[in-house]
Design a protein around this ligand. Structure first.
Ligand SMILES: N[C@@H](CCC(=O)N[C@@H](CS)C(=O)NCC(=O)O)C(=O)O
Length: 229
């Protein structure tokens, strides 16, 4: 039976799962959930995931949600090797730390930045929100000071989870090469993956267009500089 994924590719956590699946050649039976129309609150979906979040994966009689948990599950169950989610305790601990960083720090900050624009038509972005994103960029730049990827020299699911979130933040605040050289280099490396555009770029562009239409102007570096002052 095919793996069923409840998704919407504008969602960063969904895109992390799409990147993971592409990396290990997995296909999904995709079921779109329109968050703008509150389809996640439909009783049929709430029956599957009472927390009503996407992504949600159904693998036969097994249901799991949260992108980080799904990505780890997919690699553990379906990948030919463990390189994307190493079993060796210290390597795994480092990947897990980065996953928790995304889940507990990065994603909530990016959600706080973008969600009010697309849901409540907010036009202003507070200095606090911008500085929280810049602090997150600074954290990641430091994580990447001595390693090519977020958890060492190999690509892992931590890179997928963080790049889908970071790329979403760049809609509003581009990553400055001068201020965050390590983060910029890593972001470019991820963007060069052969499946990046299909798995992350397409949904990101849709979200970018939505944010732009809500703000009523393009989101570019200059306008953010003005907001950040
Ligand atoms: N930590 C979760 C976050 C999932 C999440 O918040 N997804 C949003 C879309 S980006 C959602 O489903 N929102 C609908 C809702 O909460 O009702 C994950 O990584 O999967």
């Amino acid at each position: 039976m095919p793996l069923k994924l409840f998704y919407n590719d504008m969602s960063p956590p969904v895109r992390a799962v799409l990147l993971t699946a592409k990396a290990i050649n997995l296909e999904f039976d995709l079921r779109e959930i329109d968050i703008a129309n509150k389809e996640q609150l439909a009783p049929e979906f709430m029956e599957i995931n009472p927390q009503h979040t996407i992504p949600t994966l159904v693998d036969e009689d097994f249901v799991i949600w949260d992108s980080h948990a799904i990505a780890g599950y997919l690699v553990s169950k379906y990948s030919e090797d463990d390189s994307l989610y190493p079993k060796e305790p210290r390597k795994r601990a480092l990947v897990d730390q980065r996953l928790h960083f995304d889940s507990g720090i990065l994603f909530p900050r990016v959600q706080n930045l973008v969600y009010p624009i697309i849901t409540f038509n907010d036009k202003e972005i507070s200095r606090e929100k911008l500085s929280a994103i810049n602090e997150s960029y600074k954290f990641m730049d430091k994580f990447l000071e001595n390693s090519t990827f977020l958890a060492g020299e190999s690509l892992t699911i931590a890179d997928f989870c963080c790049v889908s979130t970071i790329s979403t933040a760049t809609i509003i605040i581009p990553v400055s090469v001068e201020r965050y050289p390590n983060l910029s280099k890593w972001y470019q490396l991820l963007k060069n993956l052969p499946y990046y555009e299909e798995a992350n770029g397409v949904g990101l562009n849709k979200l970018d267009a939505l944010v732009e239409s809500k703000l009523g102007r393009p989101c570019h570096e200059d306008c953010m500089c003005n907001l950040a002052k």
